[in-house]
Write a protein that binds this ligand. Structure first.
Ligand code: EPU
Length: 337
């Protein structure tokens, strides 16, 4: 365990924002993590996973603990399922590709999502009709007060749309060190219902989809819409899709008949924030070295050298403009630090 001082976090956040950590340590085991929490002289700590869901707006006056726990293991093989435990510091997409190489089904629709396995339950990552909660059995979480690892079952995680107990009740009290998934080994459930997937499979001339070809289709769709953080700094969807009441939606639809929507329940409707932002005129707009992605308005981008404060200001301008036009508040999905 090696503590470094004054380290730039630019390589460790997908927005590519250059802020300085007062202290930095990379941990590779739960024992290391415990040892860090037993250290004297570092009262402020900051947990860093894959850095894919945060906007850093200032230097971090703390010990940044970079979670680099690696490894995956098959815990149990059942008739049609397998239980796999994956450590928090594994890259999400590489893990998904590994499951597909083993012909394990369940995560294919979640291909190419940036970030690490350990942060995936915090916001219950989701895409193309599937959410993490659909295959998560449990997660093992380090309690920073007792310094013991506790198990959170799927139900205990209290998953919701881009939400979990780790963003609410127990926020800041636990560090997820590994996640256990239940994946299919045969009779895979193929989820091609999301419009863009079936269209892409058709384009690929796939008549009988497999979990692998679904993954390929998802990768192609994501690549066509979402910028690769290796090329352009970004954090995926910057905002959540707002959920509004049916009455409010009817009113919106009467003014904007082409508004896309998804029914969430009998009373609630989800409206794509990307559409609202595009209608508000921000899609593809650049402001110096940052802006709004030209192919998906939900994604804010750093073309290189922008500060977190600049991007935060842009996000506030977007929120205010969307509110002025539609009277809908769009909430940031990324964590603003
Ligand atoms: N739309 C626009 N303009 C835009 C973007 C979208 O009009 O610039 C419209 C589209 O035409 C479509 C609708 O909005 O009618 C929905 O667009 P899309 O299918 O691209 O999905 P999304 O709702 O914008 C969500 C997730 C994404 C996920 C996709 C696919 C959230 C906040 N975002 O985006 O997740 O990949 O669905 O399932 O729920 C992420 O969280 O980082 C992320 C990329």
């Amino acid at each position: 365990m090696h503590i470094q001082n004054q380290i730039s976090l630019k390589p460790y956040n997908t927005f590519g924002i250059d802020v300085i950590a007062k202290h930095y340590v990379s941990v590779t085991t739960t024992e290391d993590l415990r040892a860090v929490y037993n250290l004297e002289g570092y009262p402020n700590k900051f947990i860093l996973g894959g850095g894919s869901n945060m906007l850093l707006t200032q230097d971090i006056d703390a010990l940044v603990i970079h979670l680099n726990l690696k490894g995956k293991q098959i815990l149990e093989t059942q008739d049609q399922h397998v239980l796999v435990e994956c450590q928090a510091g594994e890259n999400w997409h590489e893990f998904v590709q590994w499951t597909l190489d083993q012909d394990y089904g369940g995560l294919e629709n979640l291909s190419l999502i940036p970030g690490n396995v350990g942060t995936s339950p915090i916001q219950n990552i989701g895409a193309y009709g599937v959410e993490l909660k659909d295959s998560l059995v449990s997660c093992n979480a380090f309690n920073i007060t007792t310094k013991k690892v506790e198990v959170f079952t799927n139900a205990e995680c209290q998953f919701g749309y881009r939400n979990s107990i780790f963003k609410n009740e127990v926020k800041g009290q636990y560090i997820i060190v590994s996640v256990v998934f239940k994946l299919t080994t045969r009779n895979h459930l193929l989820r091609t219902g999301y419009g863009a997937i079936s269209a892409e499979l058709e384009r690929m001339n796939v008549e009988q989809p497999t979990i692998q070809t679904i993954s390929e289709a998802v990768i192609a769709i994501r690549k066509s819409k979402l910028p690769d953080p290796k090329d352009i700094g970004n954090s995926g969807s910057f905002f959540k899709n707002p959920i509004i009441s049916k009455a409010q939606f009817k009113n919106l639809q009467s003014h904007f008949p082409d508004v896309p929507f998804y029914k969430v329940s009998e009373t609630d409707i989800k409206v794509p924030a990307g559409w609202l932002i595009e209608k508000a005129g921000f899609k593809g707009k650049t402001f110096g070295n940052y802006g709004v992605h030209k192919k998906q308005a939900l994604v804010l981008v750093n073309y290189g050298g922008a500060s977190g404060k600049e991007i935060l200001k842009l996000s506030e301008l977007i929120q205010q403009t969307v509110y002025r036009i539609f009277e809908i508040h769009i909430e940031a999905e990324v964590n603003i630090i």
